[in-house]
Design a protein around this ligand. Structure first.
Ligand SMILES: NC(=O)c1ccc[n+]([C@@H]2O[C@H](COP(=O)([O-])OP(=O)(O)OC[C@H]3O[C@@H](n4cnc5c(N)ncnc54)[C@H](O)[C@@H]3O)[C@@H](O)[C@H]2O)c1
Length: 365
């Protein structure tokens, strides 16, 4: 086993989901939060998950009891001192995470590996706050972390190779599928998932479709169970707008649309309503725009070596539940068709055609 004891700092949505995953794999978990109530709630949530799984026959009652016994926690950061791995999952604020690492540094031993579950900050930026950046990396879980199989393993500028290897092994030992990523805003998956959602809203702003119509076209063309507007309602517009804004350093194409910003500020919900009858021309236009808003960022991240085509596709399928994955779809469509589809974005935002266009046809194996 790569790590025997894992401390999770921040016992909220992600912390409790990650704890659920880890403790059922024979690993001791210490949960640390600023609030006793949060720790108690997290331990109760995790225990409830195991109990329900035992009732449904997904795990034995003995395994559920053993997993529960591996969980402990409190508000004392010293609880992280005996951990082999610390996973930070506190609120998404640089100053807060920085302050936390400052308090964590004297508590940890020389061998402890430290990971952040940040979605929007860079690993290399946060690495400045830890004692040893060579033992620091991103372990980006997806919500709900108890069951979503994907973890992005993010290498900071100074992360040591053996630390990456140990964490990849740890992910596999806890039934997760790791995606190796470079430290780049959006990592491998939010890099295209956010622009795709943002583009759905731009289509609405341009009066090219209603939310229900855009959701229906997305379901039909991408083979997904839920369209972008329904997913945005589930995730929450504040989170979506924040995630989209985080990608802005990649260029204006990534910037959140006016309505995304507005809905983010009010944390509003989209009124989805009924989809109109299919309209071949209008639907084809929507499909092109949604594909293009995924293809362009995927090609750009391939140019930047953020992640491999196979791992991007695996994440699209398993973490985001896209029935059709972007790289395999580009291979099937061919270079000319993909060039046509992304041409709209290259022209509108003065973006140079990605070099990886030339590899279409053999992106996947
Ligand atoms: N929610 C998601 O869908 C999602 C997905 C992937 C990654 N993330 C990332 O995971 C992290 C946590 O997100 P979340 O949704 O679980 O947040 P959350 O608000 O549900 O939980 C955060 C927890 O951190 C605790 N906390 C705050 N400051 C602390 C400190 N100094 N020390 C100890 N505990 C502290 C809070 O009391 C709270 O219980 C963020 O970095 C977020 O970007 C979130």
């Amino acid at each position: 086993m790569t790590f025997e004891t894992v401390a999770i700092i921040g016992a909220g949505t992600m912390g409790s989901g990650i704890a659920t995953n880890i403790a059922q794999h024979g690993i001791n978990v210490r949960m640390v939060d600023i609030s006793d109530e949060a720790v108690e709630r997290a331990i109760a949530t995790v225990g409830g998950f195991y109990d329900r799984n035992a009732e449904k026959g997904r795990m034995s009652a003995e395994d559920a009891a053993a997993a529960k016994a591996r969980l402990s926690g409190g508000t004392d950061i010293g609880l992280a001192g005996s951990a082999d791995l610390v996973i930070e999952a506190v609120f998404e604020r640089f100053d807060l995470k920085e302050e936390l690492f400052g308090r964590l540094n004297p508590v940890l031993n020389d061998a402890t590996v430290v990971a952040t579950n940040t979605s929007c900050l860079t690993v290399s930026g946060l690495a400045e706050a830890v004692n040893d950046p060579t033992r620091f990396l991103g372990l980006h879980y997806f919500n709900p972390a108890a069951i979503n199989p994907i973890v992005e393993v993010v290498r900071g500028e100074r992360t040591a190779q053996d630390i990456i290897e140990r964490c990849v092994e740890f992910c596999r030992a806890t039934s997760k599928k790791p995606i190796l990523c470079k430290d780049s805003y959006g990592f491998a998956l939010n890099r295209f998932f956010c622009p795709y959602s943002n583009e759905a809203v731009r289509l609405l702003e341009e009066d090219l479709g209603s939310p229900a119509q855009i959701d229906r076209v997305a379901q039909e063309t991408l083979g997904i169970a839920a369209g972008p507007f329904l997913v945005m309602n589930l995730v929450g517009m504040q989170t979506m707008a924040h995630a989209a804004a985080n990608l802005e350093p990649h260029g204006p194409f990534y910037a959140p649309s006016a309505k995304v910003k507005e809905m983010g500020e009010s944390n509003g919900k989209w009124e989805i309503g009924e989809a109109p009858a299919p309209d071949a021309d209008a639907d084809a236009k929507i499909a092109d725009r949604l594909w293009g808003a995924m293809f362009l960022p995927v090609l750009q991240e391939l140019d930047e070596d953020v992640a491999s085509p196979a791992e991007i596709d695996m994440g699209a399928g398993l973490a985001l539940r896209f029935g059709k994955a972007p790289c395999a779809t580009m291979d099937a469509m061919g270079r000319d068709e993909v060039s046509r589809i992304i041409g709209y974005y290259c022209e509108t935002y003065s973006i140079e055609a990605p070099k990886s266009l030339s590899k279409i046809g053999s992106l996947i194996g």
